[in-house]
Design a protein around this ligand. Structure first.
Ligand code: MN
Length: 266
């Protein structure tokens, strides 16, 4: 019996030890991969490989462009293939590289828009995605100021979309930062509403100007009664807050019609 107990205890320890080693090896591999990915992304930024792509937001009534959302795209020069933003954006956000990446995107977009400024409609919105990391220092305010100063008219409205991947902490610094951004007429959008943190306090604290219904809701509007009920309630919230709303990912006529009949035109 004693031998059995001793063996059992020994095996148990061996098991715990081997599990611990397994976790440790995986953790080291993860850290190594993370460091490698961060180094690759830092190099890509230095080499100017991250390019802005714009996604139009159209008025459902007349099809006119009323805004664009700027998205980051990274083409690997060796493979000539695009690397998914779902891969590199989280790396950028975790490693602080999102800050220089946002700066670069704003500069590049401004470089292009100044050439066509005269042809743009009035109140044309240009939206950039920002995350919690962008709100930790004053670079964002400097970037936005430089962006707006590039234009000679007031046609362009700069919009910052607050992504819900990480919670943006509300403290004295963020309060002052958002106050300063409001003073230079930056607008704020709550992005991916209903999918991540969905922190309703954002509406008041960050003085949100409008919000966006995520594409995951839009895609299920025709097939899921629960999604329809949720979306109806989100639209009701927008009406009660007297706030415009943008619907992402409309691909079919039925989806378009669903929102138009409820008074949503963007
Ligand atoms: Mn967005």
């Amino acid at each position: 019996m004693c031998i059995f107990v001793a063996t059992y205890v020994k095996c148990q320890h061996a098991l715990v030890f081997s599990v611990s080693i397994g976790i440790l090896i995986r953790w080291i591999a993860y850290l190594h991969l993370r460091k490698k990915s961060t180094t690759l992304l830092a190099r890509a930024l230095r080499a100017n490989e991250i390019e802005p792509y714009v996604q139009p937001i159209v008025n459902a009534n007349d099809g006119n462009w009323i805004a664009v959302e700027v998205l980051a795209r990274w083409k690997n020069p060796l493979s000539n293939k695009y690397i998914s933003p779902a891969v590199f954006i989280p790396i950028a956000e975790r490693s602080h590289l999102i800050i220089p990446m946002t700066s670069q995107l704003m500069q590049k977009v401004a470089d292009t828009l100044v050439l066509i400024e005269a042809d743009l409609p009035d109140h044309f919105k240009v939206a950039f995605n920002i995350c919690a990391m962008n709100c930790t220092n004053l670079t964002l305010l400097e970037d936005c100021t430089h962006f707006l100063n590039r234009f000679t008219t007031n046609k362009i409205k700069l919009v910052l979309e607050l992504t819900e991947r990480d919670f943006i902490e509300w403290n004295d610094f963020t309060a002052e930062l958002f106050d300063q951004l409001k003073k230079i007429n930056v607008e704020f959008v709550l992005d991916d509403f209903g999918t991540r943190h969905s922190n309703l306090s954002y509406f008041e604290k960050f003085r949100i100007d409008y919000f966006k219904i995520d594409t995951t809701f839009t895609s299920k509007i025709e097939t899921s009664p629960i999604t329809r009920k949720l979306v109806d309630n989100i639209l009701d919230l927008a009406i009660k807050l007297n706030m415009p709303i943008v619907v992402e990912g409309i691909e079919t006529k039925a989806q378009s019609q669903y929102f138009i009949t409820r008074g949503i035109y963007q």
